[in-house]
Design a protein around this ligand. Sequence first.
Ligand code: ZN
Length: 164
Amino acid sequence: MRCPSCHSLSSRVVDSRLTPRDDATRRRRECEDCGNRFTTYERVELAPILVVKKGGDRERFDREKLRAGLDVALHRRPVGAEAIEEFLRNVEQRIAERPGAEVNSSELGDWVMAFLRSVDTIAYVRFASVYRAFEDIGELLDEVAALAREDAAGDAARDTEDVD
Ligand SMILES: [Zn+2]
């Protein structure tokens, strides 16, 4: 698990407990490099819920991909991991309750925009300006994932340069 502050991969668990609904384990972690504390959740994977893309193809809803997109939009913005977690849980629940447990990607995009608008205007504008250029949210999230990989590679290169 990468530290959201310094991207170090070394962290230790300082607290572990069940969430109020007993559907996940919440862990508080402390980065061993910068001391930053952050929260992770572990949960059981339920039956697949699906996103219908513009062309009609269906793909599994990818919670982690959506989380990664939100993390980028909310980078250094004052929105806690709990708010993101709650949004992701709501999204999964809303889709799961529908016939066929599926949602159109354009509608999913609208939910993401509404969420960002409600929690942080800067993040909303940041996301919206990029989102408009894409066919659907799946395509945007693929792009975000690719950028995050490049970022991580860049960080690794810089880390190596910093070593005396
Ligand atoms: Zn750190």
